[in-house]
Unconditional design. Structure first.
Length: 587
């Protein structure tokens, strides 16, 4: 019995080598992830049927005198010989991985082969395989919440098929003169070897699955990291700058033979082997590249002839073509070049696919953000560029009256109105303006307003002497002053005061507008500047527009801070950086 057990373990070692090779086949992955289809089920049934036949062929034959034959079982055996097949291991695995139909189908194929080989126990050998496959598949359904059954459970499950086999031999061949002795001889070795082999194979599957998941996780992690690092390049306006930045990043991070970035027609950048002849401006002619652009799907090229390189002795022989899709159009094509087709592994493919998806997603997000910002910026600029018709009408009336009473003052107010209107007209074209120009705009407005409410309103404007190197969204301070005039001081008839205070503090400029009016109603104070009002009560819309422009152009730290003062009136304050790199200023 000991020698027979050792012999069976030796045979099972060969069987496990075959099983290991099977786990490395592409189709085996669909079984692990339970991606079933009729076509793949038929293929797997046939494959595991052949696996069962191979398991039978490496079995042993027990002769009538108890001698053991260890030659391969290729041809039918004599009537008084008993085949001890290893096929139950293959059939149990088929059932556990593929379910009852796959297990039963593979068992039928193996059973027919055993029936044709003949010998003692022909019917039992033929019947036990499909029955085992069916039962193993039903058992797998019981453990359907587990992707792979644990080796311990598999060890327990593997005990029953050989026991059932021995029972069938005793039932169907009890008249055979030494069947009991044979069963006693082979029973325990079969139970030990079969259950151990099934447990080892399930452990092997677990390792394979873990390897695949680790590879996928590593590829996804690296793809995500690369896509994140690519974001600064994707924000550039020039496609040449985008291409050069991406090519440099991908080449150094992936360490592949070469990386090329192109659009639908020409190469924009190439880094790595072949830089001498894969040049910027060359036409894209590779079959894989054209197919990737047309189908908008990742393509693999493993033949050097398909690359259609102009250089006969080019070292690049294979490539992965990754289309970058923006708004359902291929805007860039990333090409990973390899020296040999064998260098393209599953990891490279997963990483390439991940990079393509991440970069495409980022480009679409950036496009949406730019469009949203452009629309919002245009709306805000247009709103701020509009001159209140009442303000214009009242100012013209004021100028007309002044020409009779004080012509010199009338000319001054006329010039200030012209300056105010000129600033508002040019406001629509730029995002930031020099602070000196913003102050000129505010002074033009305050001169007009103070003349209009002469004797009733006093505006105090305090500012530093040096206002250079400070940039601010245009028409930011003036709406705050206008809000104080039209709403804060609306109910105050005399001694109205507005203070405009600009103070440098470290690397910031603090802008404060105060009035001594009635302040904001308590119930709207928490939301002023944070949301627009349906009707512009208490200046809610104007303050909201200013706040949104400050946040979008200078960041959350520049938002408006609004409060009521203890002595009456209100204060609106914000801060802007003194050193601002975004110097898109008005000329």
């Amino acid at each position: 019995m000991v020698s027979l057990t050792i012999t069976l373990f030796e045979r099972l070692g060969l069987l496990l080598i075959i099983a290991f090779v099977m786990t490395r086949t592409p189709g085996f992955k669909s079984l692990l992830y339970r991606k079933y289809s009729v076509k793949m089920s038929l293929v797997h049934t046939f494959v595991f049927g052949l696996f069962g036949i191979a398991s039978t062929m490496i079995g042993i034959v027990i002769k009538e005198d108890g001698a053991v034959s260890q030659t391969l079982i290729i041809f039918p055996v004599e009537d008084h010989h008993l085949i001890v097949s290893m096929s139950l291991v293959a059939i149990v695995i088929a059932g556990l991985l593929g379910g009852p139909l796959l297990g039963f189908g593979a068992g039928v194929i193996t059973g027919i082969h055993l029936f044709l080989l003949g010998g003692v126990g022909t019917v039992a050998n033929a019947f036990i395989n499909p029955l085992t496959g069916l039962l193993a598949g039903l058992t797998a359904r019981f453990f359907s919440n587990e992707r792979v059954i644990s080796p311990f459970k598999a060890l327990f499950i593997g005990v029953f098929p050989p026991i059932l086999h021995m029972q069938l031999l005793l039932l169907l061949y009890i008249d055979y003169f030494n069947i009991i002795e044979i069963v006693n001889t082979i029973g325990l070795p079969l139970v030990l070897t079969n259950s151990s082999a099934i447990a080892i194979f399930t452990a092997m599957i677990g390792i394979v699955l873990q390897e695949q998941e680790n590879e996928a996780a590593l590829a996804s992690k690296q793809a995500f990291a690369i896509a994140k690092e690519a974001l600064p390049f994707l924000k550039k306006d020039s496609e040449i700058e985008v291409a050069k930045g991406l090519a440099e990043l991908l080449y150094h991070r992936l360490r592949i033979a070469a990386v090329s970035i192109s659009n639908e027609q020409t190469i924009l950048a190439h880094k790595g082997i072949g830089e001498d002849h894969h040049k910027q401006g060359d036409t894209t002619v590779s079959i894989g590249a054209l197919k990737a652009i047309n189908t908008k799907q990742l393509q693999i090229c493993t033949l050097k002839s398909e690359l259609k390189c102009s250089e006969k002795h080019c070292q690049l022989e294979a490539a992965i073509f990754i289309p970058i899709i923006e708004d359902e159009q291929v805007t860039y094509l990333i090409t990973f070049y390899f020296r040999k087709a064998e260098h393209i592994s599953q990891v490279e493919l997963m990483m390439a696919d991940g990079i393509g998806q991440f970069i495409s997603h980022q480009l679409n997000m950036l496009r949406a953000e730019k469009l949203k910002d452009s629309i919002r910026d245009a709306e805000l600029r247009n709103l701020q560029a509009q001159i209140n018709p009442h303000f214009l009408f009242n100012t013209l009336q004021l100028i007309a009256g002044l020409f009779r009473e004080n012509p010199a003052n009338a000319r001054h107010i006329t010039l200030q109105l012209a300056s105010f209107m000129r600033f508002n007209i040019r406001l629509v074209s730029k995002s930031l303006v020099e602070l000196e120009k913003e102050c000129e705009h505010v002074e033009a407005y305050t001169d007009i307003i103070q003349e209009r409410f002469k004797g009733r309103l006093k505006i105090i404007f305090q500012k530093p002497v040096d206002l250079t190197n400070i940039y601010i969204p245009p028409s930011t301070i003036q709406p705050l002053v206008e809000n104080a005039v039209n709403h804060g001081l609306k109910k105050k008839q005399e001694d109205c005061i507005i203070q405009i205070i600009l103070i440098k503090e470290n690397s910031r400029l603090i802008v404060t507008v105060r009035d001594n009016g009635s302040g904001f109603p308590t119930h709207i104070l928490p939301i002023v500047g944070k949301q627009p009002f349906t009707h512009d009560h208490h200046g809610g819309t104007g303050l909201y527009n200013v706040n949104q422009r400050l946040i979008r152009l200078l960041g959350e730290s520049s938002k408006l801070h609004i409060r009521n003062l203890e002595g009456g009136g209100s204060e609106v304050r914000f801060a802007i950086p003194i050193s601002n790199e975004r110097k898109e200023v008005m000329g």
